[in-house]
Write a protein that binds this ligand. Sequence first.
Ligand code: TXA
Ligand code: MG
Length: 351
Amino acid sequence: MNTKIVKITVCGKVNDEELLEAAEILKGGGLVAFPTETVYGLGANALDEKAAKKIYAAKGRPSDNPLIAHISCMDELPALASEIPDAARRLAMRFWPGPLTMVFKKQSRVPDGTTGGLDTVAVRMPSDPVANRLIRLAGVPVAAPSANTSGRPSPTRAEHVIEDMAGKIEMILDGSEVGIGVESTIVDVSGEIPTLLRPGAVTLEMLRGALGRVDVDPAIEGPMAEGVHPKAPGMKYRHYAPRAEMLLVEGEAARVAAYINKEAKKAAEAGKRVGIICTEESRGLYPVGVLEVIGSRSHEETVAHNLFAVLRELDEKAVDCIFSESFSEDRLGQAIMNRLCKAAGYHIVRV
Ligand code: TXA
Ligand code: MG
């Protein structure tokens, strides 16, 4: 398939002409990748089972992993959610449009092909002007997982999408780099107590500030014991992963650097190409290996923003093993550590 790549220029206002063709493709059952404020999405009509199937094929994604349906405004929610609890209204008031996904009991018109057979549906209202306008123009809810090949790091730049999706989908909207860099926060509001299923830029502290009690799905906190299933089926995969083996090192900065340097030297002596993920603050501490600076500890947003690009960069540089520093787990750090832990397949040492 020939994939049309269109550069989208946003100067305060989105030009509809550039988006109309993309909206027509979505209406006609085709696939369009588009920028959102979190990561790039791979969009299809969420109410069209056949279109949803094409997403799974293009990504190579297991079909039990449900998709998020994206809407452009509150009026579009009742067509998807059969009940909109009070907690959801409060979260929507504060955080929509934005990087928050809520899981609702679903309307019967939402096909199993979108929800992976669940009786709930995940819904997000993106704030990115291209994403929001595209959904509005398409006139249908847009199912969109991250626009990466399943298992690879999520795409935060158009080049990442082109790498993974060119030749497999009808169109890619190139909106250059996304802002946040990690996927949306997911909260299940379909049960009695709102429950965090995936951490993101809307942090647990922010959710609790809005709602009071919010539970946390244990799947977020560590690898799942056998027979235990995360509530967000996608959280069980070794996601976001670079091709190389990765080890996450926790502890006080100087000890972490000493440990990584010792291990990096050993690996290099064994003929391995070593990648190291460090920060602005620690970049001077590593004499051996391919260094990737992920951001600054004093500005965690930069770490989230660069995280997936750094993992892809290390793939590109064909390293055999990666040692990464770790981060505190409060606020945005929870999302950062969740993605890094998964990238490392929960291969973590404390020093
Ligand atoms: O930021 C984002 O959310 C991006 C952009 C494109 O909007 N999308 C995204 O989609 O990250 P994806 O498919 O990569 O991740 C969707 C996650 C998966 O972990 C999936 O299992 C979970 O949402 N999910 C979807 N529907 C669900 C449901 N009904 N109940 C529980 N989890 C659900
Ligand atoms: Mg994904």
